[in-house]
Design a protein around this ligand. Structure first.
Ligand SMILES: Nc1ncnc2c1ncn2[C@@H]1O[C@H](COP(=O)(O)OP(=O)(O)OP(=O)(O)O)[C@@H](O)[C@H]1O
Ligand SMILES: [Mg+2]
Length: 462
Protein backbone atom coordinates (compact mmCIF):
# COMPACT_ATOMS: atom_id res chain seq x y z
CA UNK A 1 0.00 0.00 0.00
CA UNK A 2 1.31 3.47 -0.80
CA UNK A 3 1.58 6.14 1.86
CA UNK A 4 -1.28 7.93 0.15
CA UNK A 5 -3.51 4.85 0.32
CA UNK A 6 -2.54 4.29 3.90
CA UNK A 7 -3.48 7.80 4.84
CA UNK A 8 -6.85 7.34 3.16
CA UNK A 9 -7.40 4.15 5.11
CA UNK A 10 -6.72 5.89 8.42
CA UNK A 11 -9.00 8.76 7.45
CA UNK A 12 -11.84 6.35 6.65
CA UNK A 13 -11.21 4.37 9.81
CA UNK A 14 -11.33 7.31 12.16
CA UNK A 15 -14.52 8.62 10.58
CA UNK A 16 -16.22 5.40 11.71
CA UNK A 17 -15.60 6.08 15.38
CA UNK A 18 -17.83 7.83 17.89
CA UNK A 19 -14.84 9.39 19.58
CA UNK A 20 -12.92 12.34 18.34
CA UNK A 21 -9.52 11.48 16.88
CA UNK A 22 -6.60 13.83 16.33
CA UNK A 23 -3.24 12.61 15.11
CA UNK A 24 -0.12 14.77 14.86
CA UNK A 25 3.25 13.89 13.37
CA UNK A 26 6.56 14.14 15.20
CA UNK A 27 6.61 17.92 14.78
CA UNK A 28 3.14 18.34 16.20
CA UNK A 29 1.56 19.01 12.81
CA UNK A 30 -2.01 17.73 12.45
CA UNK A 31 -2.17 14.86 9.95
CA UNK A 32 -5.56 13.32 10.78
CA UNK A 33 -8.55 14.97 12.39
CA UNK A 34 -12.01 13.47 12.24
CA UNK A 35 -15.40 15.12 12.09
CA UNK A 36 -16.45 14.10 15.61
CA UNK A 37 -13.38 15.90 16.95
CA UNK A 38 -14.15 18.92 14.80
CA UNK A 39 -17.70 19.01 16.14
CA UNK A 40 -16.55 18.70 19.76
CA UNK A 41 -13.96 21.38 19.45
CA UNK A 42 -16.12 23.45 17.14
CA UNK A 43 -13.32 24.05 14.71
CA UNK A 44 -13.01 23.24 11.03
CA UNK A 45 -10.95 20.28 9.97
CA UNK A 46 -8.98 22.62 7.68
CA UNK A 47 -7.98 24.78 10.62
CA UNK A 48 -6.20 21.87 12.23
CA UNK A 49 -4.82 19.75 9.39
CA UNK A 50 -1.36 20.84 8.30
CA UNK A 51 -1.10 23.21 11.24
CA UNK A 52 1.09 22.81 14.26
CA UNK A 53 -0.74 22.00 17.45
CA UNK A 54 -0.11 25.32 19.16
CA UNK A 55 -1.26 27.25 16.10
CA UNK A 56 -4.50 25.32 15.96
CA UNK A 57 -5.09 25.71 19.70
CA UNK A 58 -3.37 28.95 20.63
CA UNK A 59 -4.91 29.10 24.10
CA UNK A 60 -3.14 25.94 25.19
CA UNK A 61 -0.04 26.14 27.32
CA UNK A 62 2.32 23.81 25.51
CA UNK A 63 3.69 22.26 28.71
CA UNK A 64 0.23 21.20 29.84
CA UNK A 65 -0.93 19.59 26.65
CA UNK A 66 -1.06 15.84 26.53
CA UNK A 67 -0.01 15.92 22.88
CA UNK A 68 3.18 17.65 23.93
CA UNK A 69 3.72 15.14 26.72
CA UNK A 70 3.28 12.31 24.25
CA UNK A 71 5.69 13.72 21.66
CA UNK A 72 8.43 15.04 23.90
CA UNK A 73 8.23 12.80 26.93
CA UNK A 74 6.69 9.74 25.24
CA UNK A 75 4.12 9.79 27.99
CA UNK A 76 0.66 8.19 27.78
CA UNK A 77 -2.27 10.00 29.31
CA UNK A 78 -5.49 8.18 30.02
CA UNK A 79 -8.88 9.65 30.96
CA UNK A 80 -7.50 13.11 31.39
CA UNK A 81 -10.05 15.90 31.56
CA UNK A 82 -9.27 19.15 29.85
CA UNK A 83 -11.19 22.37 29.60
CA UNK A 84 -9.88 24.72 26.97
CA UNK A 85 -10.80 27.34 24.43
CA UNK A 86 -10.90 26.27 20.82
CA UNK A 87 -9.86 28.20 17.72
CA UNK A 88 -12.86 30.51 17.98
CA UNK A 89 -12.54 31.04 21.72
CA UNK A 90 -15.29 28.59 22.72
CA UNK A 91 -14.84 26.62 25.95
CA UNK A 92 -14.94 22.84 25.69
CA UNK A 93 -14.45 20.04 28.24
CA UNK A 94 -13.22 16.71 27.01
CA UNK A 95 -11.97 13.47 28.45
CA UNK A 96 -8.91 12.41 26.54
CA UNK A 97 -6.49 9.62 26.05
CA UNK A 98 -3.24 10.52 24.33
CA UNK A 99 -0.77 7.93 23.15
CA UNK A 100 2.66 8.40 21.62
CA UNK A 101 3.42 6.24 18.59
CA UNK A 102 6.94 5.02 19.16
CA UNK A 103 9.17 3.57 16.45
CA UNK A 104 12.78 2.68 17.22
CA UNK A 105 12.54 4.49 20.52
CA UNK A 106 11.38 7.74 18.96
CA UNK A 107 7.92 9.32 19.08
CA UNK A 108 6.93 9.59 15.42
CA UNK A 109 3.36 10.69 16.07
CA UNK A 110 0.81 11.18 18.81
CA UNK A 111 -2.80 10.05 18.77
CA UNK A 112 -5.42 11.76 20.82
CA UNK A 113 -8.84 10.21 21.36
CA UNK A 114 -11.39 12.47 22.89
CA UNK A 115 -14.91 12.27 24.24
CA UNK A 116 -16.98 15.40 24.69
CA UNK A 117 -18.24 15.43 28.25
CA UNK A 118 -19.39 19.03 28.40
CA UNK A 119 -22.99 17.92 28.79
CA UNK A 120 -22.20 15.04 31.10
CA UNK A 121 -20.45 17.40 33.44
CA UNK A 122 -23.40 19.70 33.71
CA UNK A 123 -25.47 16.64 34.63
CA UNK A 124 -23.16 16.20 37.60
CA UNK A 125 -24.37 19.48 38.93
CA UNK A 126 -28.01 18.49 38.64
CA UNK A 127 -27.26 15.24 40.42
CA UNK A 128 -25.58 17.00 43.32
CA UNK A 129 -28.48 19.34 43.68
CA UNK A 130 -30.87 16.42 43.86
CA UNK A 131 -28.69 14.67 46.41
CA UNK A 132 -28.57 17.78 48.54
CA UNK A 133 -32.34 17.93 48.61
CA UNK A 134 -32.63 14.22 49.27
CA UNK A 135 -30.15 14.30 52.12
CA UNK A 136 -32.16 16.94 53.88
CA UNK A 137 -35.05 14.55 54.15
CA UNK A 138 -32.77 11.62 54.87
CA UNK A 139 -30.82 12.83 57.85
CA UNK A 140 -31.27 10.45 60.73
CA UNK A 141 -32.97 12.92 63.06
CA UNK A 142 -35.79 13.32 60.62
CA UNK A 143 -38.73 11.28 61.96
CA UNK A 144 -40.14 11.09 58.44
CA UNK A 145 -37.25 8.90 57.45
CA UNK A 146 -36.45 6.40 60.12
CA UNK A 147 -33.06 4.83 59.77
CA UNK A 148 -32.42 1.17 60.40
CA UNK A 149 -30.98 0.25 63.76
CA UNK A 150 -29.57 -2.95 65.23
CA UNK A 151 -33.08 -3.91 66.37
CA UNK A 152 -34.00 -4.37 62.72
CA UNK A 153 -31.27 -6.91 62.10
CA UNK A 154 -32.51 -10.47 62.59
CA UNK A 155 -30.36 -13.57 62.74
CA UNK A 156 -28.90 -15.91 65.30
CA UNK A 157 -26.48 -17.88 63.21
CA UNK A 158 -23.07 -17.86 64.87
CA UNK A 159 -21.06 -16.35 62.03
CA UNK A 160 -23.81 -13.83 61.37
CA UNK A 161 -23.98 -12.81 65.03
CA UNK A 162 -20.22 -12.37 65.06
CA UNK A 163 -20.61 -9.93 62.16
CA UNK A 164 -23.36 -8.05 64.00
CA UNK A 165 -21.17 -7.82 67.09
CA UNK A 166 -18.33 -6.32 65.10
CA UNK A 167 -20.77 -3.78 63.71
CA UNK A 168 -21.98 -2.93 67.22
CA UNK A 169 -18.40 -2.32 68.29
CA UNK A 170 -17.83 -0.22 65.21
CA UNK A 171 -20.77 1.99 66.13
CA UNK A 172 -18.93 2.96 69.31
CA UNK A 173 -15.93 4.41 67.52
CA UNK A 174 -15.12 6.44 64.47
CA UNK A 175 -12.90 4.24 62.33
CA UNK A 176 -13.57 3.41 58.69
CA UNK A 177 -15.59 0.29 58.11
CA UNK A 178 -15.34 -2.11 55.21
CA UNK A 179 -18.29 -4.43 54.66
CA UNK A 180 -18.21 -7.38 52.34
CA UNK A 181 -21.42 -9.21 51.60
CA UNK A 182 -23.23 -10.49 48.54
CA UNK A 183 -26.21 -8.56 47.25
CA UNK A 184 -29.13 -8.50 49.68
CA UNK A 185 -27.17 -9.67 52.72
CA UNK A 186 -27.93 -6.46 54.61
CA UNK A 187 -24.93 -4.19 54.01
CA UNK A 188 -27.07 -1.05 54.03
CA UNK A 189 -28.87 -2.31 57.11
CA UNK A 190 -25.53 -2.74 58.88
CA UNK A 191 -24.19 0.63 57.72
CA UNK A 192 -27.29 2.53 58.86
CA UNK A 193 -27.28 0.70 62.19
CA UNK A 194 -23.64 1.62 62.78
CA UNK A 195 -24.49 5.24 62.05
CA UNK A 196 -27.65 5.47 64.08
CA UNK A 197 -26.23 3.67 67.11
CA UNK A 198 -23.16 5.92 67.40
CA UNK A 199 -22.42 9.51 68.20
CA UNK A 200 -22.93 10.59 64.61
CA UNK A 201 -26.64 9.76 64.84
CA UNK A 202 -28.56 12.94 64.14
CA UNK A 203 -25.96 13.97 61.59
CA UNK A 204 -26.34 13.21 57.90
CA UNK A 205 -26.12 9.70 56.54
CA UNK A 206 -25.54 9.68 52.80
CA UNK A 207 -25.30 6.57 50.66
CA UNK A 208 -23.85 6.56 47.18
CA UNK A 209 -23.47 3.58 44.92
CA UNK A 210 -20.23 4.10 43.02
CA UNK A 211 -21.34 1.78 40.22
CA UNK A 212 -24.50 3.80 39.54
CA UNK A 213 -22.78 6.95 38.34
CA UNK A 214 -20.76 7.44 35.15
CA UNK A 215 -17.07 7.46 36.03
CA UNK A 216 -16.54 10.99 34.85
CA UNK A 217 -19.24 12.34 37.18
CA UNK A 218 -18.25 10.56 40.34
CA UNK A 219 -15.40 12.85 41.28
CA UNK A 220 -17.53 15.99 41.07
CA UNK A 221 -20.29 14.24 42.97
CA UNK A 222 -17.98 13.26 45.83
CA UNK A 223 -15.81 16.32 46.10
CA UNK A 224 -17.97 19.08 44.61
CA UNK A 225 -17.31 21.55 41.83
CA UNK A 226 -16.34 25.20 41.50
CA UNK A 227 -17.67 27.76 39.12
CA UNK A 228 -15.89 27.55 35.80
CA UNK A 229 -14.15 24.27 36.49
CA UNK A 230 -16.05 23.12 33.44
CA UNK A 231 -18.73 24.55 31.25
CA UNK A 232 -21.92 25.17 33.15
CA UNK A 233 -20.41 24.31 36.54
CA UNK A 234 -21.46 26.21 39.61
CA UNK A 235 -20.10 26.20 43.13
CA UNK A 236 -21.54 23.10 44.69
CA UNK A 237 -20.63 21.02 47.70
CA UNK A 238 -19.98 17.37 46.99
CA UNK A 239 -21.20 14.45 49.08
CA UNK A 240 -18.22 14.72 51.42
CA UNK A 241 -19.25 18.20 52.41
CA UNK A 242 -22.92 17.27 52.51
CA UNK A 243 -22.15 14.39 54.85
CA UNK A 244 -19.93 16.48 57.09
CA UNK A 245 -20.15 15.36 60.71
CA UNK A 246 -21.97 12.24 59.63
CA UNK A 247 -21.42 9.09 57.61
CA UNK A 248 -20.83 8.52 53.92
CA UNK A 249 -21.67 5.03 52.70
CA UNK A 250 -19.77 4.23 49.52
CA UNK A 251 -21.42 1.18 48.00
CA UNK A 252 -19.47 -0.90 45.50
CA UNK A 253 -16.36 1.16 46.12
CA UNK A 254 -14.51 -1.13 43.70
CA UNK A 255 -16.48 0.42 40.83
CA UNK A 256 -14.69 3.69 41.45
CA UNK A 257 -12.03 4.45 38.84
CA UNK A 258 -8.53 3.60 40.03
CA UNK A 259 -7.32 7.22 39.99
CA UNK A 260 -10.28 8.35 42.01
CA UNK A 261 -9.60 5.60 44.54
CA UNK A 262 -6.21 7.17 45.20
CA UNK A 263 -7.81 10.59 45.60
CA UNK A 264 -10.23 9.07 48.08
CA UNK A 265 -7.32 7.57 49.97
CA UNK A 266 -5.68 10.97 50.18
CA UNK A 267 -8.87 12.52 51.53
CA UNK A 268 -9.08 9.81 54.18
CA UNK A 269 -5.50 10.44 55.22
CA UNK A 270 -5.65 14.19 55.23
CA UNK A 271 -9.27 14.87 56.18
CA UNK A 272 -9.80 17.66 53.75
CA UNK A 273 -11.18 17.83 50.25
CA UNK A 274 -10.74 20.15 47.35
CA UNK A 275 -13.61 20.82 44.95
CA UNK A 276 -12.88 20.19 41.27
CA UNK A 277 -11.26 23.33 39.93
CA UNK A 278 -11.06 24.79 43.43
CA UNK A 279 -7.96 26.06 45.17
CA UNK A 280 -9.18 25.84 48.73
CA UNK A 281 -8.71 22.90 51.07
CA UNK A 282 -11.97 22.27 52.87
CA UNK A 283 -11.74 20.30 56.11
CA UNK A 284 -14.23 17.45 56.35
CA UNK A 285 -15.11 15.10 59.16
CA UNK A 286 -16.85 12.18 57.57
CA UNK A 287 -16.96 8.57 58.60
CA UNK A 288 -16.62 6.27 55.64
CA UNK A 289 -18.34 2.93 55.37
CA UNK A 290 -17.39 1.18 52.15
CA UNK A 291 -18.98 -1.95 50.78
CA UNK A 292 -18.23 -4.52 48.11
CA UNK A 293 -20.25 -7.52 47.04
CA UNK A 294 -17.40 -9.67 45.84
CA UNK A 295 -14.52 -10.99 47.94
CA UNK A 296 -12.12 -8.05 48.42
CA UNK A 297 -9.03 -10.21 47.81
CA UNK A 298 -10.37 -11.06 44.36
CA UNK A 299 -11.23 -7.46 43.60
CA UNK A 300 -7.67 -6.48 44.52
CA UNK A 301 -6.17 -9.25 42.44
CA UNK A 302 -8.25 -8.29 39.43
CA UNK A 303 -7.19 -4.70 39.85
CA UNK A 304 -10.62 -3.30 40.70
CA UNK A 305 -9.76 -2.27 44.21
CA UNK A 306 -6.57 -0.50 45.23
CA UNK A 307 -4.77 -2.39 47.93
CA UNK A 308 -3.69 0.78 49.75
CA UNK A 309 -7.26 2.08 49.83
CA UNK A 310 -8.52 -1.28 51.02
CA UNK A 311 -6.08 -1.32 53.94
CA UNK A 312 -7.07 2.19 54.87
CA UNK A 313 -10.81 1.43 54.80
CA UNK A 314 -10.43 -1.95 56.38
CA UNK A 315 -9.82 -0.71 59.94
CA UNK A 316 -12.98 -2.52 60.91
CA UNK A 317 -13.76 -5.39 58.65
CA UNK A 318 -17.19 -6.95 58.52
CA UNK A 319 -18.05 -9.92 56.38
CA UNK A 320 -21.73 -10.81 56.21
CA UNK A 321 -22.26 -14.48 55.34
CA UNK A 322 -24.64 -15.23 52.47
CA UNK A 323 -28.00 -16.70 53.41
CA UNK A 324 -27.21 -20.11 51.89
CA UNK A 325 -24.44 -20.48 54.48
CA UNK A 326 -26.84 -19.89 57.36
CA UNK A 327 -29.97 -21.92 56.68
CA UNK A 328 -30.49 -22.01 60.47
CA UNK A 329 -31.68 -18.40 60.22
CA UNK A 330 -34.34 -19.00 57.59
CA UNK A 331 -37.10 -19.99 60.00
CA UNK A 332 -36.75 -16.93 62.22
CA UNK A 333 -36.28 -14.52 59.29
CA UNK A 334 -39.39 -15.96 57.63
CA UNK A 335 -41.42 -15.46 60.80
CA UNK A 336 -40.24 -11.88 61.23
CA UNK A 337 -41.12 -11.09 57.63
CA UNK A 338 -44.50 -12.82 58.04
CA UNK A 339 -45.29 -10.50 60.95
CA UNK A 340 -44.23 -7.48 58.96
CA UNK A 341 -46.32 -8.33 55.91
CA UNK A 342 -49.33 -9.56 57.91
CA UNK A 343 -49.51 -6.07 59.25
CA UNK A 344 -48.95 -4.43 55.91
CA UNK A 345 -51.53 -6.49 54.04
CA UNK A 346 -53.91 -7.02 56.99
CA UNK A 347 -53.53 -10.78 56.85
CA UNK A 348 -53.46 -13.31 59.65
CA UNK A 349 -51.01 -15.98 58.68
CA UNK A 350 -49.44 -16.98 61.95
CA UNK A 351 -47.78 -20.28 61.12
CA UNK A 352 -45.59 -21.87 58.56
CA UNK A 353 -46.00 -25.52 57.57
CA UNK A 354 -43.08 -27.96 57.82
CA UNK A 355 -43.20 -28.53 54.09
CA UNK A 356 -43.04 -24.82 53.36
CA UNK A 357 -40.14 -24.36 55.74
CA UNK A 358 -38.25 -27.26 54.16
CA UNK A 359 -38.78 -25.69 50.77
CA UNK A 360 -37.51 -22.33 52.01
CA UNK A 361 -34.51 -23.95 53.66
CA UNK A 362 -33.42 -25.88 50.61
CA UNK A 363 -33.22 -22.94 48.26
CA UNK A 364 -29.85 -21.22 47.72
CA UNK A 365 -30.97 -17.53 47.56
CA UNK A 366 -28.72 -15.77 45.08
CA UNK A 367 -30.52 -12.59 46.21
CA UNK A 368 -30.00 -13.46 49.89
CA UNK A 369 -32.26 -11.97 52.58
CA UNK A 370 -33.81 -9.50 50.16
CA UNK A 371 -34.97 -12.44 48.06
CA UNK A 372 -36.36 -14.32 51.05
CA UNK A 373 -38.18 -11.17 52.11
CA UNK A 374 -39.69 -10.83 48.64
CA UNK A 375 -40.78 -14.46 48.60
CA UNK A 376 -42.59 -14.02 51.94
CA UNK A 377 -44.07 -10.70 50.87
CA UNK A 378 -45.48 -12.28 47.75
CA UNK A 379 -46.82 -15.27 49.69
CA UNK A 380 -48.60 -13.14 52.28
CA UNK A 381 -50.00 -10.69 49.79
CA UNK A 382 -51.50 -13.51 47.71
CA UNK A 383 -52.87 -15.55 50.61
CA UNK A 384 -56.60 -15.61 51.32
CA UNK A 385 -58.25 -15.80 54.73
CA UNK A 386 -55.80 -18.44 55.87
CA UNK A 387 -53.66 -18.90 58.96
CA UNK A 388 -50.94 -21.26 57.76
CA UNK A 389 -48.35 -20.53 55.12
CA UNK A 390 -47.88 -23.64 53.00
CA UNK A 391 -45.84 -24.69 49.99
CA UNK A 392 -48.55 -23.56 47.61
CA UNK A 393 -47.99 -19.94 48.65
CA UNK A 394 -44.32 -20.07 47.86
CA UNK A 395 -43.11 -18.95 44.52
CA UNK A 396 -39.49 -20.08 44.55
CA UNK A 397 -37.42 -20.42 41.41
CA UNK A 398 -35.77 -23.77 40.72
CA UNK A 399 -32.46 -24.02 42.47
CA UNK A 400 -29.80 -23.22 39.98
CA UNK A 401 -27.63 -26.17 39.17
CA UNK A 402 -24.51 -24.26 40.06
CA UNK A 403 -23.75 -20.60 40.70
CA UNK A 404 -21.59 -20.27 37.63
CA UNK A 405 -22.84 -22.79 35.14
CA UNK A 406 -19.99 -24.36 33.28
CA UNK A 407 -19.60 -22.75 29.93
CA UNK A 408 -20.63 -25.08 27.17
CA UNK A 409 -20.88 -24.32 23.53
CA UNK A 410 -23.98 -24.91 21.48
CA UNK A 411 -26.72 -23.25 23.49
CA UNK A 412 -27.70 -20.82 20.80
CA UNK A 413 -24.47 -18.97 21.26
CA UNK A 414 -22.60 -17.34 18.41
CA UNK A 415 -19.10 -18.73 18.06
CA UNK A 416 -17.34 -15.41 18.55
CA UNK A 417 -19.47 -14.66 21.59
CA UNK A 418 -18.53 -18.00 23.07
CA UNK A 419 -14.84 -17.49 22.33
CA UNK A 420 -15.00 -14.03 23.90
CA UNK A 421 -16.52 -15.43 27.07
CA UNK A 422 -13.90 -18.11 27.18
CA UNK A 423 -11.11 -15.63 26.59
CA UNK A 424 -12.47 -13.33 29.28
CA UNK A 425 -12.54 -16.17 31.76
CA UNK A 426 -8.99 -17.25 30.96
CA UNK A 427 -7.69 -13.70 31.25
CA UNK A 428 -9.51 -13.04 34.51
CA UNK A 429 -8.06 -16.26 35.96
CA UNK A 430 -4.57 -15.35 34.84
CA UNK A 431 -4.88 -11.87 36.34
CA UNK A 432 -6.00 -13.46 39.57
CA UNK A 433 -3.05 -15.85 39.48
CA UNK A 434 -0.57 -13.00 39.07
CA UNK A 435 -2.24 -10.70 41.55
CA UNK A 436 -3.27 -8.20 38.91
CA UNK A 437 0.25 -7.80 37.55
CA UNK A 438 -0.32 -7.16 33.84
CA UNK A 439 3.28 -7.77 32.77
CA UNK A 440 3.39 -11.18 34.45
CA UNK A 441 -0.09 -12.17 33.27
CA UNK A 442 0.91 -11.24 29.71
CA UNK A 443 4.00 -13.42 30.03
CA UNK A 444 1.89 -16.24 31.39
CA UNK A 445 -0.50 -15.96 28.48
CA UNK A 446 2.37 -15.50 26.03
CA UNK A 447 0.85 -12.37 24.56
CA UNK A 448 2.14 -8.83 24.37
CA UNK A 449 1.49 -6.55 27.30
CA UNK A 450 -0.32 -4.07 25.07
CA UNK A 451 -2.52 -6.82 23.69
CA UNK A 452 -3.45 -7.85 27.20
CA UNK A 453 -4.17 -4.26 28.17
CA UNK A 454 -6.44 -3.95 25.19
CA UNK A 455 -8.29 -7.14 26.11
CA UNK A 456 -8.62 -6.13 29.76
CA UNK A 457 -10.27 -2.95 28.62
CA UNK A 458 -12.47 -4.77 26.12
CA UNK A 459 -13.77 -7.15 28.77
CA UNK A 460 -13.95 -4.56 31.52
CA UNK A 461 -11.38 -6.39 33.62
CA UNK A 462 -9.21 -3.71 35.15
N1 LIG B 1 -30.50 -9.81 58.84
C1 LIG B 1 -31.53 -9.16 58.33
N2 LIG B 1 -32.63 -8.94 59.08
C2 LIG B 1 -33.68 -8.29 58.57
N3 LIG B 1 -33.77 -7.82 57.33
C3 LIG B 1 -32.71 -7.98 56.54
C4 LIG B 1 -31.54 -8.67 56.99
N4 LIG B 1 -30.66 -8.67 56.00
C5 LIG B 1 -31.22 -8.05 54.98
N5 LIG B 1 -32.46 -7.62 55.28
C6 LIG B 1 -33.41 -6.94 54.40
O1 LIG B 1 -33.06 -7.29 53.07
C7 LIG B 1 -33.14 -6.16 52.22
C8 LIG B 1 -31.79 -5.92 51.60
O2 LIG B 1 -30.87 -5.42 52.57
P1 LIG B 1 -29.77 -4.36 52.20
O3 LIG B 1 -30.32 -3.33 51.28
O4 LIG B 1 -29.17 -3.87 53.47
O5 LIG B 1 -28.76 -5.30 51.42
P2 LIG B 1 -27.41 -4.94 50.67
O6 LIG B 1 -26.40 -5.92 51.13
O7 LIG B 1 -27.11 -3.49 50.85
O8 LIG B 1 -27.79 -5.26 49.17
P3 LIG B 1 -27.16 -4.69 47.80
O9 LIG B 1 -25.78 -5.29 47.68
O10 LIG B 1 -28.06 -5.21 46.75
O11 LIG B 1 -27.13 -3.21 47.93
C9 LIG B 1 -33.63 -5.01 53.08
O12 LIG B 1 -35.02 -4.91 52.93
C10 LIG B 1 -33.27 -5.43 54.47
O13 LIG B 1 -34.13 -4.89 55.41
MG1 LIG C 1 -26.90 -1.92 49.45
Amino acid sequence: MTAEQYKKLVDELIELLDEGVYIVDKDGVGIHYNRVMARTEKVDVEDVLGKKFHEAFPDFKTGESTIYKALIKKQRTQADQQTYKNFYGKEVTTENATIPVIVDGKAVAAIEISRDITELRSMSDTLLKLREEASQTRSSDNPEHRMYSFDDIYGENEAFEAAVNRARKASQNDASVFIYGETGTGKELFAQSIHSNGKRAGKPFIAQNCAAIPESLLEGLLFGTTKGSFTGAVDRAGLFEQANGGTLLLDEVSAMPYDLQSKLLRVLQESYIRRIGGAKDIPVNVRIIATVNEPPEELIAKGFLRKDLYYRLNVINISIPPLRDRPDDIAMLSEKFMEKFNERFSKEIWMISDGALRKLESYDYPGNVRELENIIEQAISMADNEHVLTEKHLNIPDNRVSREPELRYGEGMALDEYLDTLEKQIIADEMLKYNGNITKAAEGLKIRRQTLQHKLKKYGIK
